[in-house]
Design a protein. Sequence first.
Length: 405
Amino acid sequence: MDNTYAVIMAGGKGERLWPLSTPEKPKQFLRLLGDRSMLQETVARVLPLVPLERILVVTSRDHVDLVRDQLPRLPQRNLLAEPVGKGTAPCVALAAVVVHARAPEGVMATLSADHVISDPNRFQSLLAAALRVANEGTHLVTFGIPPTRPETGYGYIEASEPWRGASQAEPADVLHVKRFTEKPDHDTATQFLNQGTYYWNSGMFVWRADLVLQEIGRYLPALHESIAELSKHLDHPSFATTLEDVYSNLGSQSIDRGVMEKSERILLVPASDIGWSDVGGWEALRAVLARRDKPWGYEHLWALNEHYAGKFLHVKAGESLSLQYHETKDETIHLVEGKLLLRVGATENSIEEQVLSPGDSFHIPPGTVHQMQALENCVIAEVSTPHLDDVVRLRDRYGRESAVR
C-alpha cells in the first residue's frame, strides 16, 4: 500500500540497563545482537513492507547524530527530534500529524526501536495483516503477545471475541479488545495466564493517522490542540521553534493510559511465535542472549546484571576471535577445556603470544589488544564488566572489521 508508513520510537533512555545503556547511548543504539544496533534491526524488519522514504524516526534531540550515523540513508525530513521526552502520547501525536499531512489516509505502524523480535518473517506476516485491518479506518490495532509465564512486569490486554472487517478478508484471530490492565501482582498474573484470553501489551501499534488523531482529540484534547498547531509549520524553518514551544507546555503522557485504555475502537492481533522481548531489564537481556551462534562457535551467557557479565565461549579448533580491544570493558578469561593461543599486547605492534592450558587464567584490562585462537576445541569462561557492546575489531578473518567504531 502506497499510504503505509512506519514510525520508529527511538527516544527511550534505557535506564534499567545502566551501565551498558547510558544517557549518551541508550540501548536502542547498541549492537547487542550482532553487528547492527537495535534501531537498525527494527528498521530492517519493516523494510520489506515499508520503503525507507516512508519510515519516520522519532528520537530525542540529544540523539539526532546517533540516528544519522546509524541510518545515513534516512531522509532528513523523516527524522523528528523531540526537544524533551514527554512519553509516547506526544511522540505518537507528533508523528501522526506529519504522516497525515503527507498522506491524509496514511496508515502508520508505530514500533519501539529497542525491542527484540527473533522471527522477523513471522512478524512481517502479522504486520501486513494489521496494516490491512487498520487501513479500513475503523479501529486502532495493537499486537498482543500470548503470555508464557505469570509476568508482573508487563501490562495485559483482555481480548477473545473475533472481529470481522468490512472486507471479511482477515482471519478470525483478529480480536476485539475488552480491556487493558496495568501491571498485575503475581496471583493476578497467574489467573490471566490460566484464563487464556489475556495477552501481554507489546507496545506495538498500527492505525490510520487520522483515526489516532481523532482518538487523541477525544481523550487528550489538550495534547491534540497543542500538536495541531504544528501542522501549520511542517517543512518550514519555524517548525523547530514551534515544536520547542509546544513541548515546553506539554505534560508527560503514555498513549496506553491516555488513549488505548479508554478507546472503544481497539483490535488485537495475537503475535504468537515472533520471539518478542522488550529487553526491559538485565534478566530479559540475559534470556535473549542466552546462546548466540558465532562464526567461530557459540557463546553461552550465564550471568548478566549491572555489575558483571559471565559467558562460556565454545571455540572450534583452528578458529579465532578477532584481533580487538575494549574501550571500557574489563575482562578475565579462564580456560576450562582445550588449548588456547592468546595474543596480547599494549598495541597491535607489541603483540606477544602464550599458550593457555586448562586451569590457566588471564586478565585483559581496557585498551589491551588481544586475540584468542583455539589450538583444540576450547571452552573459555569469561567474566567481565557488563559492556557487551564494547568491542573494536582491528582484524577479523570473518570480515567484521566494518563494525569498528
